[in-house]
Design a binder for this molecule. Structure first.
Ligand SMILES: Cc1ncc(COP(=O)(O)O)c(C=O)c1O
Length: 374
């Protein structure tokens, strides 16, 4: 068999350096099952999208049922049950006054929609000069041009500098290392709309996103002047299969003990984090909700840290999918992970810390002084 049987170009992958993609045949619950008969704990919810486990039967069935009824219809001038039910359910959980829901395809497009909506909001009121955006330091909003522009200057946007439009940069609200010394609980910088939703919206089954705005924004687009129309839409806007998956996903919050599961994950994070933080290879450990992030001391901190490929391979060998961001390892498991499975993930991470190359070198007596990443 040739090294690359298909000409498929994988995302965020350096094909000259990274290993061949792992072929997954099926998923169930927290596990991914490989073609070579291994099973991996998906400890990052497949890029943060999976909420209730892989192949959840209720979401799978909802998609199948919808597919038998209506797979898709143009959303300009038409509507359907799945979108209406999803909008109603989202309205119930969204903070007021976020009321008007504009569907798109993924997180990046939801951000593009928000940017265009904001610009046209002012234009529709005759304020063309209101055309500057504010972006948060350290922010990541996706890989499309607008999303990259309002996002921060990461290593992986360097090649696209010429496309990024200028943005006023301000410190992040609720950021980890607050430049003005605020703490999350006392920071009074509130998030402002529009709100972009995607990632887990369909429970990890199908791409779908929503940009939600207030009536104050929406009303500037409702006009007898057709030029005030929001001229944005994608072929698959509000795809019925995606909407049906999202409805089923939200229903699971009512039919299964999801919040209890979340509380268990949070508790295990808070129990395990202190021991990790005390390890000499660790610069910092932080947790929020079901996310735990562990920052390793590194000679080369950042996205291209050489620690990343070594750790990634180590975790896979132990049966755990963890995809470090450079020298930062994070866990964000599907909510159905059991305590035993989550403790196993922690055991594997703890073991990996003793394998961090510089630490081994230091123990052997020829290490150099390490610099903590700040
Ligand atoms: C905060 C945030 N915004 C936007 C995006 C982009 O979403 P997508 O990858 O679905 O385009 C991501 C993806 O990781 C994200 O984490």
């Amino acid at each position: 068999m040739p090294a690359k049987p298909l000409s498929i170009w994988h995302p965020f992958t350096q094909e000259a350096l990274d290993p061949q993609p792992i072929h997954i045949e099926r998923g169930q619950g927290v596990y991914l099952y490989t073609r070579d008969a291994r099973k991996l704990i998906d400890a990052i919810s497949s890029w943060w999208v999976n909420l209730h486990g892989h192949a959840h039967p209720l979401i799978a069935e909802a998609i199948a049922e919808q597919a038998r009824k209506l797979e898709h219809v143009i959303f300009a001038g038409f509507t359907h049950d799945a979108a209406e039910e999803l909008a109603q359910r989202l309205r119930r959980v969204l903070p007021q006054p976020l009321e008007h829901i504009f569907f798109s395809d993924d997180g990046s497009t939801a951000v593009e929609v928000a940017l265009k909506m904001a610009l046209q909001f002012w234009r529709n009121q005759g304020k063309q000069r209101k055309n500057k955006f504010v972006g948060l330091e350290h922010a990541y909003h996706g890989d499309t041009v607008g999303a990259m522009s309002v996002g921060a200057e990461f290593d992986f946007v360097a090649a696209f500098q010429g496309l990024r439009f200028p943005v006023w940069r301000v410190p992040s609200a609720h950021c980890f290392r607050c430049p003005v010394g605020k703490r999350r609980a006392t920071c009074d910088i509130d998030c402002v709309g529009p709100l972009c939703l995607s990632k887990g919206l369909t429970g990890g089954f199908l791409p779908l996103a929503a940009t939600v705005c207030t009536p104050a924004v929406y009303e500037t687009f409702r006009s007898t002047d057709r030029s005030h129309t929001f001229f944005h839409g994608h072929s698959y806007t509000a795809n019925p299969l995606g909407c049906a998956a999202a409805v089923a996903n939200l229903k699971i919050f009512d039919s299964e003990p999801v919040f209890e599961r979340i509380a268990v994950i949070e508790k295990i994070h808070s129990q395990r984090a202190p021991a990790l933080a005390a390890h000499p290879a660790v610069a910092d450990v932080r947790t929020i909700g079901t996310v735990m992030a562990l920052e390793l001391k590194a000679d080369d901190p950042g996205y291209f840290s050489e620690l990343r490929p070594a750790l990634y391979d180590f975790y896979l060998d132990k049966g755990v999918l963890l995809r470090p961001l450079g020298n930062v390892v994070y866990i964000l498991p599907p909510y159905v992970i059991t305590p035993e499975q989550l403790h196993y993930v922690y055991e594997v991470i703890a073991e990996s810390l003793d394998r961090v190359p510089w630490l081994a070198a230091q123990r052997a007596g020829h290490g150099t002084a390490r610099q903590e990443t700040e």
